[in-house]
Design a binder for this molecule. Structure first.
Ligand code: FHN
Length: 487
């Protein structure tokens, strides 16, 4: 090209583009160079110790929100509030003295630890998480560090301890929710604006550390701590404290599993440190939503989704407005989570007397009935690497037993389920999980492409088709070679 033939504006534009692109590639390079982070991730990659492996295998759990807010059930002085019931103090502007006096009404006389554990177990949950202290500050265990606890309520007994024992007896693990945000504690601050704020908040952090130590010492069988209410500046701006706290908790309780929400690094980056490494053992940002499939190809870290039955109610709200999920929808969300390598929890908000509303009892029963037949496609399963998602539903994989599960939510009118298998993996046999003796026809329709011929096309519920897989030895060796390093 003869450069003299080019017009001045064209030359200018080319020059500007060249400069611009080198600036942007310089910026990209700069953003790629690691920052010096002192209070970031404690390790990089996934944990592969027995406690974390067990957590990952469980895949499905139950979340419980129970506290003083359960007494109000979304109503205050004759007015009903549709916002999340556990936030009613904020929605209804309830003065401190009135709200905190609810402690004198906290008396869940129908609480039956064994019945709660049995309900979770029947649902198919492998672990249970309960709010020990939500944002209101009320403690569900007798704490020696405050009187704003269950021991000072008419109920008096250690509900938390009873529940943990009952769950463990039923073979369920327990993890504990703890809110850093605390509307009751006089020393909690959302931001530090003065020396006296700083003195108060230092005392509050001591209170947090004491209470967490107390929880771990009183209830040594718990497997994890799930932190919430960590978004305030006061907490975010002290990355050193949360960094040391995570280390401390793991030292006094080896194997403890901690969610990412606890932490911020010294630059204020939350969940992921300023170099993009997850802080904590799993990402917990998937609240009432799941990651998109493309995010998760496949994330590279552990994660957990938590779901409410109505749109956004965690604690007990007498009136559920808006869309209320059916058990089939919940099963689909759970399957979707597992198909993307995540764990999944369904939330329940018990009534103030300690019983469960009908809708929740029904939900637990219906999920449980499904899990009884199809749980094998959920427990211990993971993302099915290389199996291209199809419209009928989701794949999960059990690599130990060489099985791919197809969890079908939409049966095509044709009765044919399309499958595209990754190179090196061969379908040995195919059958419905509910009828393993009857093999289904697998028709080869192209390179690595098949139609599974269903026998039955009417299904009232999602169902599972099993593919027994045989893998090429060469591929197997390659895959083993790519296994992530154990940390
Ligand atoms: O504010 C809370 C909310 O009440 C609920 O506890 C959820 C579920 O864990 N977490 C917070 C919002 O992210």
């Amino acid at each position: 090209m003869n450069i003299r033939c080019l017009s001045k504006p064209f030359l200018f534009l080319t020059f500007a583009l060249l400069i611009g692109s080198s600036i942007s590639s310089f910026a990209q390079e700069a953003s790629k160079s690691p920052k010096d982070v002192q209070y970031g991730a404690l390790y990089i990659g996934k944990r592969h110790d027995p406690d974390m492996n067990q957590w990952r295998q469980m895949r499905f759990g139950e979340f419980l929100h129970f506290g003083l807010y359960s007494i109000l059930g979304g109503s205050w002085q004759g007015k009903h509030y549709n916002g999340a019931a556990e936030w009613i103090k904020a929605w209804a502007h309830i003065p401190d003295s009135a709200y905190f006096s609810l402690i004198h009404q906290f008396n869940p006389v129908d609480f039956d630890a064994d019945a709660w554990a049995a309900m979770a177990k029947k649902m198919g949950a492998k672990y249970v998480r309960i709010t020990t202290k939500h944002h209101e500050g009320f403690c569900l265990w007798p704490s020696k560090y405050t009187d704003f606890d269950i021991a000072s309520s008419p109920y008096k007994k250690d509900l938390l301890g009873e529940l943990i024992d009952a769950c463990n007896k039923a073979g369920l693990k327990v993890s504990l929710y703890y809110s850093i945000l605390d509307w009751h504690h006089p020393d909690w601050r959302s931001s530090i604006k003065s020396e006296s704020d700083s003195v108060a908040y230092t005392k509050y952090k001591k209170y947090v550390k004491n209470q967490l130590t107390e929880l771990l010492e009183r209830y040594p069988s718990i497997i994890g701590m799930w932190f919430d209410g960590t978004w305030d500046k006061s907490w975010k701006n002290d990355g050193e404290f949360s960094y040391k706290l995570e280390k401390y908790l793991k030292k006094i309780h080896p194997g403890l599993i901690v969610n990412a929400r606890l932490r911020a690094d010294e630059y204020g980056a939350r969940h992921f440190d300023s170099n993009g490494h997850l802080m904590g053992d799993y990402e917990d940002g998937f609240e009432r939503k799941l990651p998109s499939a493309s995010d998760t190809a496949v994330l590279g870290y552990d994660w957990e989704g938590i779901m409410t039955i109505p749109e956004n109610q965690w604690g007990y709200n007498k009136i559920w407005n808006g869309h209320v999920k059916t058990a089939d929808e919940m099963i689909e969300l759970m399957t979707q989570a597992v198909s993307m390598g995540g764990n999944f929890l369904v939330n329940f908000g018990p009534k103030p007397d300690g019983s469960f509303r009908m809708e929740e009892q029904y939900m637990a029963k219906a999920i449980g009935a499904w899990m009884k037949v199809n749980g094998r496609a959920i427990y211990g399963c993971d993302h099915a690497y290389g199996w291209e998602k199809q419209n009928w539903g989701y794949y999960t994989s059990d690599t130990v037993n060489h099985k791919i599960y197809m969890v079908v939510f939409n049966t095509p009118i044709s009765g044919l389920l399309k499958v595209k298998s990754p190179k090196g993996q061969h379908i040995n046999r195919c059958y419905a999980l509910s009828n393993p003796m009857k093999y289904l026809q697998v028709e080869n329709i192209g390179k690595q492409e098949f139609y599974i011929h269903l026998i039955k096309q009417e299904h009232a519920q999602p169902y599972v088709i099993v593919l027994d897989i045989k893998q090429d030895q060469k591929k197997k060796r390659e895959q083993n070679y790519h296994q992530p390093a154990k940390t």
